[in-house]
Design a protein. Sequence first.
Length: 120
Amino acid sequence: MNTRAGQDGANAQLGRHARVVAGKEILFDSENFFWDFEDWSEEAVRELAKEAGLERLEEDHWKVIRFFRDYYAYNGRAPLNSKLKKGTGLSLLELEGLFPGGLKYGARRLAGLPNPKTCN
């Protein structure tokens, strides 16, 4: 049996697909959220940001991405908007405007957090 073909079939059933991003094969879900928090890298997020229309990630982008990652790594879940505002010093309007797709489908995706539809 071809193990690779078996893995590809299993991934497709789970809504996962693999892509090479920044020279590394990474699994994503059907909405292009990282499947595994540990697959994230700064190189990958730069490439994905360009695909989303952000040619360059500025200081505020990185502040939000790092806050999301640190909070998730410590708490096992994404921060509430009030925590995100306090932790970054940015207003909700500023936060939403930084990323195409807003916080949920922009910042959260680029930060490597799981899809909000699949996490509890």
